[in-house]
Design a protein around this ligand. Structure first.
Ligand code: FES
Length: 102
């Protein structure tokens, strides 16, 4: 339906990051949420009580369903740009309870 945004200056440019240890390559200036969705990941965390899987919904920073951990800090994947070497993981409920949210 949509074509990915590719750098016109260098259409082969890619940025590498990991999600729970899986290597993922994406175009520069892509949000973490868009890159994960493009790689086939539809959920990034689970509800603490029900265990229900949660994934990006609004893609504009309003719903908070896209939370992930980057370097031990919980962030919204849809408003975070991928940079080379990011280590992204599913959000742990312990961090949410400890208030480690950026
Ligand atoms: S998808 Fe809604 S805040 Fe990120």
């Amino acid at each position: 339906m949509f074509d990915p945004i590719v750098s016109k200056a260098n259409p082969n440019a890619q940025v590498h990051f990991t999600f729970d240890g899986e290597s993922i390559y994406t175009a520069p200036n892509t949000s973490v949420a868009a890159a994960l969705l493009a790689a086939g990941h539809t959920w990034f965390r689970q509800m603490p009580v029900s265990g229900q899987q949660r994934g990006p919904f609004c893609m504009m920073g309003a719903c908070f369903d896209c939370l992930v951990e980057i370097d031990g800090i919980t962030v919204q994947a849809c408003v975070t740009t991928v940079t080379e070497g990011l280590n992204v993981t599913c959000v742990s409920q312990m961090h949410l309870q400890e208030g480690k949210f950026k």
